[in-house]
Design a protein around this ligand. Structure first.
Ligand code: 5AD
Length: 355
């Protein structure tokens, strides 16, 4: 197995069979070696920097009905909220003071936030913070809508592909949603010029070693600037509320494989990883992740953005906990950088600042 890990480090094009062996392996010793190699590769590209993003969960309204997500429209128990532009700008101001140079606007697919309203908001954020990058994570839209948001100043876009296997996609989503449209969105985003992120949950119902290998091969081919992965965590009042939480070990294994396959990728140690296991975020960094996204939303809404149960939003998960996070990262030999933290894959093409 160590030979295979070395091979992956030298040559990202492992065969399907080889990737299957790497994903299916259960040995703790091999996992440790995989994590070490991923950290070495990560270090050669990013040194000991960890990039931070201020996460603003600006609406939990959603028109979709994904079986896994606590914000699904059928969940009548979800306590819905929508931040005002004023509140969002206030979050950015606070974030900027704390040292954030990337803001992530994340929300459900909320029809209130049409192109016009988003354009105005994006323009205001970029005018006030020309030194910051703006990431959107707002789901599927038409290509012309993505283009408008890009032209308004947004730099990056996160849209997890959820699974590279169309049948598996069908087990996670209602019939109105299509895998083909999800892939169309990702392709459009990348072509338009966004630093684009895809990703998936680890341990979602119906996932197999085979679908995970397909995910890895999709990522290898798509060459995203960012990849977000975290364990599936059951959410109350959803069809999957009784399912098992995804494996932290497997998540760490996949983080390392993704790092080795794509050395320059921006790879967050996600909140889901921190929620599934105490210390999960630090373990993610030690598996090759290099981004952390603390929560910058107003404190009174954090509890309401319940995509899954027991989601962390305090302590080092909170933007106010940045000092604590710096200490935690310092202990394991990393430092938090006050920069936009652009993808080295896109560094030459990234948009000119707006003043
Ligand atoms: N557990 C873990 N991750 C989830 N997501 C949604 N619901 C859950 C859950 N129950 C992830 C999805 C989605 C992102 C916003 O959060 O991958 O793309």
């Amino acid at each position: 197995m160590k030979k295979l890990i070395d091979k992956l480090e030298k040559n990202r094009n492992l065969s399907k069979e080889e990737l299957t062996m790497l994903v299916a392996d259960q040995s703790a010793e091999n996992l440790q070696y995989l994590n070490e190699r991923a950290v070495a590769v990560r270090r050669s590209v990013f040194g000991n920097s960890v990039y931070i993003r201020g996460l603003i969960e600006f609406t939990n309204y959603c028109k979709n009905d994904c079986y896994y997500c606590g914000l699904r429209c059928s969940n009548r128990k979800a306590d819905r909220y929508r931040l005002t532009p004023k509140q969002i700008l206030q979050c950015c101001r606070k974030g900027h003071e704390l040292g954030f140079r990337t803001f992530v606007l994340q929300g459900g697919e909320d029809p209130y936030w049409n192109d016009e309203r988003l354009e105005v908001l994006i323009g205001e954020i970029k005018r006030e913070h020309p030194d910051c990058a703006l990431t959107l994570s707002i789901g599927e839209r038409e290509r012309k809508s993505y283009q408008r948001l890009y032209d308004a100043g947004a730099d990056r876009f996160l849209l997890r592909h959820e699974t590279a296997n169309a049948d598996h996609y069908g087990m996670l989503h209602p019939a109105e949603m299509s895998h083909a449209n999800r892939l169309r969105c990702l392709k459009d985003l990348k072509e338009i010029g966004f630093q684009t992120g895809c990703g998936f949950m680890v341990g979602s119902p119906g996932q197999t070693t085979e679908t995970l290998v397909e995910d890895l091969m999709f990522i290898r081919e798509f060459e995203p600037a960012m990849v977000g992965i975290g364990p599936f965590i059951p959410a109350g009042n959803t069809p999957f509320s009784g399912e098992k939480t995804g494996s932290v070990e497997l998540t760490l294994r996949l983080l390392s494989i993704i790092r080795l396959m794509n050395p320059k990728v921006l790879l967050p140690a996600t909140t889901a990883l921190g929620t599934a296991k105490e210390d999960g975020r630090a373990m993610g960094i030690k598996a090759g992740a290099n981004v952390i996204m603390p929560n910058l939303s107003p404190t009174d809404v954090r509890e309401k953005y319940r995509i899954y149960d027991n989601k962390l939003a305090t302590g080092v998960e909170a933007a106010e906990g940045l000092k604590e996070l710096e200490l935690e990262m310092g202990k394991i030999g990393y430092k938090i950088e006050i920069t936009r933290g652009d993808s080295p894959l896109c560094i030459n093409t990234h948009k000119k600042q707006t003043n």
